[in-house]
Design a protein around this ligand. Structure first.
Ligand SMILES: NC(=O)c1ccc[n+]([C@@H]2O[C@H](COP(=O)([O-])OP(=O)(O)OC[C@H]3O[C@@H](n4cnc5c(N)ncnc54)[C@H](O)[C@@H]3O)[C@@H](O)[C@H]2O)c1
Length: 282
């Protein structure tokens, strides 16, 4: 189950997972968007049945569902639908997130502060807590939970109080859930940085504000895509690996955490940030 599947990292993850043969539930606040992503992914990857022992692997299948992660009853309903559709639950990934856009003075309204914590902290907790009921009922399994946090959780920035502190809380939520759910379910975090590709977190105004902040050229006639690429290149140059961070970078890491390669790793936050010394372990 991928929650936040309607856009960005979650959307790309759905294709990646069904490409690997998984049965996926694409869940988002916007039910129509979740369904559109499900259909798009299925068309792109196709369907098919793998044949054990032959090396022939088939694509998986996907359903699209609507749920607001800040609403426990809605989360429970979505999980019930997943169990009805597939007969159980293995992995859950929460990519849903919210970045409150500050006003021209860098402030966010108090309601925006509350909304940020509701989506970035309470939401993943409610998903984890409800999924835990399913996992416990199933008993022994090799399931795992991945929550996307952010390098902002450890790298302080000016005027990003609500988002950054919410992500710091999400990092600790990962650790607490890992302790609580052991040994049944592994819990890890992925901390992305600046994936402008496909993200609704970087609308045109935010991109222009950032280009202005860093003294980079920007013209009203330029397309959002061109402006985004310029900002992505700028961010890339600040990293140790020097290249823009892509959706593929994020989804490959999340898929790896779900798979057998990390079967003895829990309670960890993996940074997929191009290498930022400021975000090194502390
Ligand atoms: N893109 C980046 O540069 C970046 C950097 C650091 C961290 N992150 C984190 O990675 C995650 C994914 O980012 P993205 O760029 O794919 O974002 P995105 O905005 O493109 O996608 C997030 C999805 O979450 C959904 N969502 C929002 N509120 C929801 C709710 N209450 N219930 C259910 N779904 C809800 C949205 O509808 C959207 O489809 C987020 O947690 C984000 O904070 C992203």
């Amino acid at each position: 189950m991928v929650v936040g599947a309607g856009s960005g990292i979650g959307r790309a993850l759905v294709s990646e997972l069904i490409g690997e043969g998984a049965a996926v539930a694409a869940v988002d606040l916007r039910a129509d968007q979740a369904q559109a992503v499900a259909e798009e992914a299925q068309q792109k990857v196709g369907m098919g049945i793998g044949v054990a022992g032959t090396g022939i692997s088939g694509a998986g299948q996907v359903i699209g569902l609507g749920a607001d992660i800040t609403d426990r009853a809605a989360v429970r309903r979505a999980l019930e639908d997943v169990v009805l559709a597939y007969g159980g639950l293995d992995h859950v990934v929460v990519t849903a997130g919210y970045y409150p856009s500050p006003d021209e003075h860098g402030n966010v309204a108090d309601e925006e502060w509350g909304k940020t914590f509701a989506i970035n902290v309470t939401g993943p907790f409610l998903v984890a807590d409800e999924a835990w009921r399913v996992w416990q009922a199933q008993g022994e399994l090799d399931g795992s939970l991945v929550i996307t946090t952010s390098v902002n959780a450890v790298v302080p920035k000016a005027w990003s109080f609500a988002y950054d502190t919410s992500k710091a809380a999400a990092n600790h939520l990962v650790r607490e859930l890992a302790v609580a759910f052991a040994p049944l379910v592994r819990v890890n975090g992925v901390a992305p940085a600046t994936v402008l590709e496909g993200s609704s977190m970087f609308p045109r105004e935010r991109v222009i504000a950032s280009l202005a902040k860093y003294g980079l050229p920007h013209d009203a006639a330029e397309s959002t895509e061109v402006l985004r690429d310029r900002l992505a290149e700028f961010y890339a140059k600040r990293t140790l690996t020097g290249r823009p961070i892509t959706l593929a970078d994020q989804v490959k890491a999340i898929a790896a955490l779900l798979g057998g390669g990390f079967s003895k790793t829990t309670g960890q936050i993996v940074n997929i940030d191009g290498g930022l010394a400021a975000a090194f372990l502390r």
